[in-house]
Design a protein around this ligand. Sequence first.
Ligand SMILES: Nc1ncnc2c1ncn2[C@@H]1O[C@H](COP(=O)(O)OP(=O)(O)OP(=O)(O)O)[C@@H](O)[C@H]1O
Length: 688
Amino acid sequence: MFAGQGSGIMLATYDDPGNSTAAQRLRPGTLRRILSYAKPHSRESVLLLVLTLLDSLIIVSTPLLLKEIVDVGILQKDTSTLTVVSLVVAGLAVLDALLQLAQSWYSGRISQGVSYDLRVQAFAHVQRQPLAFFTRTQTGSLVSRLNTDVVGAQHALGTLLGSLSSVFTLVLVLGSMFYLSWLVSLLALLILPLFMIPGALVGRRLTRYSREQMQMNAEMGATIGERFNVAGAMLSKLFGRPREEAELFAKRADKVREVGITWTVLSRLTVIIMTLLAAVITALVYGLGGALVVNGTFQVGTLVALAALLARLYGPITQLSSVQGDAHTAMVSFDRIFELLDLKPLITEREGAVDLPAPDGAAAPEVAFEGVSFRYPPASEVSLASLESNALPADERAKETPEVLHDVSFTVPSGKLTALVGPSGVGKTTATHLVSRLYDPTAGSVRIAGQDLRDVTLDSLRSTVGVVSQDAHLFHDTIRNNLTYARPGATEEELIEACRAAQIWDTISSLPSGLDTVAGDRGYRLSGGEKQRLALARLLLKAPSIVVLDEATAHLDSESEAAIQRALKTALRGRTSVVIAHRLSTIREADQILVFDEGRIRERGTHDELLAAGGLYAELYHTQFARQAAGGGPEPAVPERVAEREPAPQMAPGGPGHMVFFDGDGPDGGGAPGGGVWHTNGQGPGGR
Ligand SMILES: Nc1ncnc2c1ncn2[C@@H]1O[C@H](COP(=O)(O)OP(=O)(O)OP(=O)(O)O)[C@@H](O)[C@H]1O
C-alpha cells in the first residue's frame, strides 16, 4: 500500500498536470518519518492491537454461535441451548460495543497525539524561520499547512489504525469459513481479489486530487486571509475592483469545486463497485450453499453462519480497499508538513554560542559594522514555493538578488545615538535588520560588545536589542497584554511608569477600561503617534541596552510631536541607539549622522560637522530652511517637494536627483519617483 515511497511517488498538481518536478513527489523516507512519530505512542498501539484482536474474535464467533442456534436450538428443538447461546450472542454484542469504544479511544489518542506533536513542532519551526520567510509566505497558506494538513494527516492515520481490525477480522472470518465449507469459501476467495481492483484503479488518482484539493483550499484560504484582514479590506475598499476580485475568487472556488466533484465521484465509485461485488457474491454463496444443504452436505445452520460470516467480510474488505487511498492521503498530508519542517531556518544559534552581557547595570555595549555587505537571500533559501502565491519558477527562485549594502563600516559607541538618513530604498532599514540579526551579512560582520552576532545566543541578543518599527504592531489584545509581552512579570506600577515615560499614560488612563482596553486590528484604534508611544512604553519595559528605532513618518500635531520627542528622549537615554531618523530634532540630537546612499555611507559626522563640511547634508539642510524662512508657516499636511538637486555621482541610473531627505517614504511609500526633495519636518534648528 505504500508502494513507491522509497523512490518517490509521482503526483501531478492541478496547475501543472503531468509535469514531473521534485515538488510533486513524495520525498523518500516519508513512511519512516511517519512511523517515528507513532513511536512515542507504542504503549497505546499495543493496547489497541490487543483490543482489536479481541474484537475480531467476537465478530467471528457470533456467526458460529448462530449456527448452533439454528442447527441445535431450532432444528433439534433444544430450548436450553437456544436460550443460553442467544444470551451469549447478546452478551458478546455488548462486549463488542465496549471494545469498539475502547478502540476508538486509543486510536483517537494515537492519531490526535501524532497530530499534536506535528502541530507543535511545525509551529515552533515556523517561529524559527527568518523574517524573509514571512515576507514571502502567504499567511493563509501557512495556516492551512498547520491546520488542514495536520487534520488530514490525523484523519487518515485514524482510518489506517481502524483498518488494523479489518486485517484481523478478514483472516479470522476466512479461516472460519474454510472450517465450515472449503467449497463455498474457495468460491468467495476467488472473487475476493476483484475487490482490490477499484482501489488500484482509483487510489492513485484520489491521492493526486487530495493534494490538489489541499493546495487549492490553501490558496483560497490565503486569498480570504489577505483580503479580509483590516489592512487588506481597507486597501481593496480604496483601490480595489470588487467585481474583478469576486470573479478571481470565484475562479479559485470553481477549481476547488471541480476537483472536489471528481474526488467525491472517484471515492464513491469505489464504494459502488464494492457493494455490487458484495451483492453478486452473496447471491452465489446462497446458490451454491443452498444446493449443498439440499444434497445434505451441511445443515441450514452452516449456510446461515456462512452468510453471516460473508457479511462480515465485506466491511473489512471495503475498508482495506480504501486503505490505499487513506494511506496516500496520509502520506501527502504528512509530506506537506515534513516539507515545511525540512526548511532549514536561515538564522540559527551556533553551537557554543555565548551570551551577550546582561543589560542591567553595565554600560550599554557598542555596535559595530565591519565591512558589511549584504544581499537578501533568494526565495529558494528562505521559503517554499508551495506557500507562495505566484511563486517564480525554480531557477528564478534560486537566483541571487542584487547587493543592497556594500562594504558598510561604522561604530555606534556605547550609549550614543546614531541617526541614519538618506533617500528611500538605500539600505537604512536593511542595516537596522542586521543589528537585531533578522538577517546575517553576506560579507563582513556586525558586532555587539565586540562579539560577532553569529556567535551569540539568540536569547541574549533578543534581550539586548530592542526594536521599535515605524508602524508598531499591536496584537488584538488588551493594552496591558501588549505591554507585558515585552516583560511578562511587569507590575501595575512598572506598566504605568513606562507609559508615563513614553507620554502615553494620559491617553490610556482616559480610556474607559484603561490598560484593559482591547487594542489592535479589531479593537480600539490608536493613532499612529499613540501607537508609536505605546511601542516605546513596551521598549522601556523591556529595557534593552541597544535600541533600534524607525521613527514614524506620520505627521503629528505639535502636541503629539512634542510628546513623541519627550518619550524618545527617555527611551534612548543611556542606550546605544540606531535610529532611522525622520525628525530633524532627532537628527540634531544625534552624536553621529550616517548619510546612506545606494547601500553605502556617503557622509558621516555630527549635525554641525556635516553642516560645516558643506556637502550633501548641508545642501539639503539649507534648502529646507531657506524655504522655511521664505514661506514660514506650519508644516503642510502632505510632504512637499521643495527643490531639485544635482544628481549625485553614485546615484542609481533610475534615480538621479530622486533624493528623499529625513523621510524614507514619499506619499507612495516607494520614494519620490518624480524627482526632487521631500521633507517632512517643519521644525527649524533647535526645534524641540
Ligand atoms: N525582503 C527583501 N527582499 C529583497 N529585497 C529587499 C527586501 N527588503 C528590501 N529590499 C530591497 O533592499 C533595498 C534597500 O531597502 P531598505 O528597506 O533597506 O531601504 P531604506 O533605505 O530603509 O528605504 P526606506 O527609507 O524607504 O524604508 C531596496 O532596494 C529594497 O527593494
